[in-house]
Design a protein around this ligand. Structure first.
Ligand code: ASC
Length: 127
């Protein structure tokens, strides 16, 4: 991949912003702050699942300074970071599957697992 560092940073931030947009509305439904709409929730879960595959290629050498909250620890602990991103992809896929059931008793824990994955990486790798 040939990209300027700032383009890689913008790219991955864009993918995370889009994920947060959908995940935020899903969270509001899980918490009951917005009426649960099974079809809409499922659509968003599918989008998050697909988007989760995108940011990884934006993490490349020379992109851990400047207009980014991504910490150099990502490079120092690459396997751990990659494991977290892989977990995000897997858990998002699980959530998208479970979302099709429309059963909040299953959706809630699956949603929580994805959220934990977001937070895990933020705690370790985001300023
Ligand atoms: C969100 C969002 C995150 C995660 C995280 C979960 O909606 O934008 O980064 O959930 O807060 O702990």
């Amino acid at each position: 991949i040939a990209a300027k560092p700032e383009d890689a940073i913008n790219y991955r931030q864009g993918t995370f912003s889009a994920m947060a947009w959908h995940f935020g509305t899903m969270g509001a439904m899980v918490k009951g702050k917005v009426d649960y709409d099974a079809e809409d929730f499922s659509r968003r879960a599918e989008i998050v699942s697909q988007l989760s595959k995108l940011p990884m290629e934006g993490f490349m050498p020379g992109t851990y300074s400047g207009e980014t909250d991504a910490l150099p620890a990502i490079e120092d602990e690459w396997d751990k970071f990659e494991g977290g991103m892989n977990a995000l992809v897997e858990r998002s896929a699980k959530l998208a599957e479970v979302a099709k059931t429309g059963d909040m008793d299953q959706i809630k824990p699956a949603f929580g697992e994805v959220g934990k994955t977001c937070k895990g990486c933020h705690d370790n790798f985001k300023d």
